[in-house]
Design a binder for this molecule. Sequence first.
Ligand code: SF4
Ligand code: SF4
Length: 175
Amino acid sequence: MNNELDIHIGVNPARCYQCGKCSAGCPLADDMDFTSNVVMRMLQSEDESLDKELLQSQAIWLCASCEMCISRCPMEIDIPKIMDYLRQQSIAKGLQNKSANKNIISFHHSFLDMIRFTGRSYEIGMIADYKLRSRKLLQDLTLAPKMFLKGKLPLFPEMVKDRKNIKRIFKHIDT
Ligand code: SF4
Ligand code: SF4
């Protein structure tokens, strides 16, 4: 998948020389099945079975896009962008590991749906969508009234004016 990444997102994992600085600084490395430098090595191999393992991995969903890795990488390889591409490919190919990453994947879809329909952050809509998807209907329910009273949860969404552009971006992603 090395060449594919270079063509589609302009990031080339072949530049990685396995110094390990990215994984050493990653706050989630201990919980990942493949740390970021291992992900780079798997991508470099251009081995289809390793590509499939990556798309089924937990690591791509655990990555929080915190950008610690890219700030430490001597080659400035944009690992969060790679992880994002792998997540999208994992969904597109139906390879996402739903049992291990169910809640993260539900949140991912809820967040994208919120942006797709409003172009902005709309917490109440996103929380409702997430609860339906994850079936965690009662979790954290007591927090909602407090946040609402503090004005942290606006009742109605604020829509971006240029919805056409949002549609265009999602059309590009979906195809
Ligand atoms: S962006 Fe992802 S891989 Fe990089 S340090 Fe943060 S959690 Fe780890
Ligand atoms: S820090 Fe950069 S060069 Fe070093 S292992 Fe990670 S991706 Fe490769």
